[in-house]
Design a protein around this ligand. Structure first.
Ligand SMILES: NC(=O)C1=CN([C@@H]2O[C@H](COP(=O)(O)OP(=O)(O)OC[C@H]3O[C@@H](n4cnc5c(N)ncnc54)[C@H](OP(=O)(O)O)[C@@H]3O)[C@@H](O)[C@H]2O)C=CC1
Ligand SMILES: N[C@@H](CC=O)C(=O)O
Ligand code: NA
Length: 430
């Protein structure tokens, strides 16, 4: 007997998923066991990029998660509600779930996975991080024998696309964002992309899998790319860096559960770093651990086809599980984390900084900056007066590694100096 799907949502990812499942030549033979039983949408009036049999497309999403004929619910509507309630209802009704919804998983993962474990069903989320890149399943399975110490990723396609075009074409932020929306990369509300919230959801999910614990999303430090200017992109380039929105989770103590540093912010990345050449909508996730050392996953992080590949790989895993059904759940497919990680405050983060000052063109300004930094133990890697903006001199500083708290104290004192007009940019350096 076939495996019946109830798909919630027929937008970018839903359409890509249906297209893939309707075009099976050359793909895994188990996909032939799947029947698209129902697809739920908001409006029946919209023209769709796929053809579906009569009565498959409906607007009653509750009817899908309550339909006894459906084996797997594929949630592709996005957002928090009604996605959360529909996922929980599907679980309660004994259905396996596939979702691409990092926002819901990062916030309600605890509730959703607890319910799934109690009901003996799986919740699969390969598409939620890195779009088409297989990274969730490798973290759960092939990499889980390693002791992972750092996960560093470019995990938002929209912002990487914007930063790449700002860098290579000198394009304007708003024009490029509009293109990313047209291409189907951006979230329904692109604020989630631009302000780093989507990347924060994703690093919380990756950290949870890599370090075997749950993450409180409010503990993830998050800065987006709105303050990244063309000026800084040019200075970074001259200094040997590119600017990328990085999501970083690092194990600080080896305890169980470990304490972690976890953050999302635009970062100056040395041009020779493996993540520096990841451009456009591509994502990459660098996982470092022992004994493997480094492995990097690279591929398209958003878009209909790429994301559909991840969704369908989860569906395929579930079809295989249904075909070989045993009473005991497969621990490599389920999620059993219970404890929350301790998150280290940002003031304790050790990092380098890039900072751009606009100063009055007084003699001795550079000396005063150096003195203030020195007082708080901030040692400087480079300090250059790069040019003038009208009457004001522009000074760019790159520090050595320093506790963020010390750096902030020095900066507060510098800000109060009479010669300092403003501090237009402050970015961390990897
Ligand atoms: N776009 C991408 O590249 C990627 C997206 N994702 C995730 O995939 C999910 C879907 O994203 P995407 O396809 O881009 O979103 P879209 O906005 O393109 O599509 C959403 C779909 O869900 C339907 N829908 C939304 N709310 C409701 C509701 N309340 N009741 C009924 N139907 C509803 C819409 O119906 P209608 O068509 O009638 O309006 C639409 O078909 C999100 O969680 C997103 O974060 C993950 C990786 C990549
Ligand atoms: N909006 C997201 C889509 C995939 O998760 C992105 O731009 O990466
Ligand atoms: Na993925």
């Amino acid at each position: 007997m076939g495996v019946k799907l109830g798909i919630l949502g027929l937008g970018t990812v839903g359409t890509g998923t249906v297209q893939l499942l309707q075009d099976l030549d050359g793909r895994h033979r188990l996909l032939r066991e799947i029947e698209i039983h129902r697809v739920g949408v908001r409006s029946l009036e919209l023209s769709r990029g796929v053809e579906l049999a009569k009565n498959v497309l409906i607007t009653d999403l509750d009817a899908i998660v309550n339909d006894p004929a459906i084996d797997i619910v594929v949630e592709l509507i996005g957002g928090l509600e009604p996605a959360r309630s529909l996922i929980l209802k599907a679980i309660e009704n004994g259905k396996h779930v596939v979702t691409a919804n990092k926002a819901a998983i990062a916030r309600f993962g605890d509730e959703i996975f607890t319910a799934a474990n109690q009901a003996g069903v799986y919740v699969m989320l390969e598409a939620a991080v890195g779009g088409g890149i297989p990274v969730i399943q490798p973290l759960k399975q092939s990499l889980s024998v390693n002791r992972i110490h750092t996960v560093t990723g470019i995990v938002n396609g929209t912002t990487n696309y914007i930063l790449t075009r700002m860098q290579t074409e000198g394009s304007n932020f708003n024009d490029v964002l509009a293109d990313a929306q047209k291409l189907g990369y951006a979230e329904a509300d692109p604020t989630a992309d631009v302000d780093g919230l989507d990347a924060a959801d994703k690093i919380a999910i990756l950290a949870s899998l890599a370090f075997g614990c749950r993450i409180n999303l409010q503990d993830v430090y998050c800065e987006g790319i709105r303050q990244v200017s063309k000026t800084d992109i040019v200075y970074a380039d001259k200094l040997g860096f590119v600017i990328k929105l990085l999501a970083i989770a690092k194990r600080i103590t080896p305890s169980t559960p470990p304490s972690l540093s976890i953050r999302v912010h635009p970062t100056l990345l040395p041009k020779e770093h493996p993540l520096a050449s990841i451009n456009g909508v591509y994502n990459a996730i660098l996982v470092e651990g022992e004994p493997l050392k480094q492995v990097m996953f690279f591929g398209p992080g958003a878009g209909a086809g790429a994301t559909a590949s991840a969704v369908c790989s989860d569906i395929l895993n579930l079809v295989a599980a249904l075909k070989t059904s045993t009473a005991t759940p497969n621990p490599l497919l389920s999620c059993a984390h219970q404890d929350y990680c301790q998150i280290v405050p940002m003031a304790e983060l050790i990092t380098r900084f890039y900072v751009r000052f606009l100063t009055k063109d007084h003699p001795g300004v550079i000396g005063k900056l150096g003195t203030c930094f020195g007082k708080y133990g901030v040692s400087l890697e480079s300090i250059v007066q790069t040019g003038f903006e009208g009457e004001l001199a522009e000074i760019v500083v790159v520090t050595h590694d320093v506790p963020e708290g010390n750096f902030r104290q020095a900066l507060a004192e510098i800000q109060a100096l009479e010669a300092i007009e403003s501090i237009p940019s402050l970015l961390r350096v990897l």
